[in-house]
Ligand binder design. Structure first.
Ligand SMILES: [Cu+2]
Length: 192
């Protein structure tokens, strides 16, 4: 059986045509999909509070504190409910007058930074307390801290350790100062 040359050519053309049509359809579809903007979420991190000049009191004792100026640029009060760092459990402390002297005390209800104001954390005033240091904090060391806010958001910052000899606050309520545990160096994790 012989195929008619004309028919063969015609059918081949038809095949070519349909292939071309298919190709056009495919590219058309693909390109339309590609150009469609997939509205990439551009997160604009609005930190409720920023901290200026953060620093930690260098310490060879088992307690120390972190300071700095908390700045709230927003229109709403911001409450810091917790602070954390890897070398110590932390508390939010304020100073109260007790029996004629200033003692530090846990801030009940957190540390509030009022709207459009700055709140100074400094020796003798509110501070971020490091309660039981695992190791001494030498001057010059950089420590990372994380603040947690009432809405669950967090903010991290790095503070440098500075020598500071003033403001030897005593801690209320009557926690007996525990002598720094000696001779138990933490195992240093080796990074290979
Ligand atoms: Cu304190």
């Amino acid at each position: 059986m012989r195929t008619h040359p004309l028919l063969t050519r015609a059918s081949r053309a038809a095949v070519l045509l349909s292939t071309a049509a298919l190709a056009v359809t495919v590219t058309g579809c693909g390109s339309s999909k590609a150009t469609e903007p997939q509205a990439a979420p551009t997160p604009t991190p609005v930190e409720p509070v920023r901290i200026q000049d953060p620093w930690v009191k260098a310490s060879d004792k088992d307690m120390t504190a972190a300071f700095g100026t908390l700045v709230n640029d927003t229109d709403t009060d911001v409450t810091i409910t917790a602070a954390s760092t890897e070398v110590s459990p932390m508390e939010l402390h304020g100073m109260v007058m007790k029996d004629g002297k200033m003692v530090m005390q846990t801030l009940q209800g957190g540390l509030v930074v009022k709207a459009k104001t700055s709140h100074k954390l400094e020796p003798g005033s509110d501070h971020l307390m490091l309660m039981k240091l695992k190791r001494p904090i030498p001057a010059g060391e950089q420590l990372s801290f994380t603040l947690t806010f009432a809405d669950g958001k967090t903010m991290s910052f790095t503070a440098v350790a500075k020598p500071f000899t003033g403001a030897r606050e005593s801690y209320d309520p009557g926690t007996s100062p525990t002598p720094a545990t000696s001779g138990q160096p933490e195992p240093v994790p080796s990074r290979t």
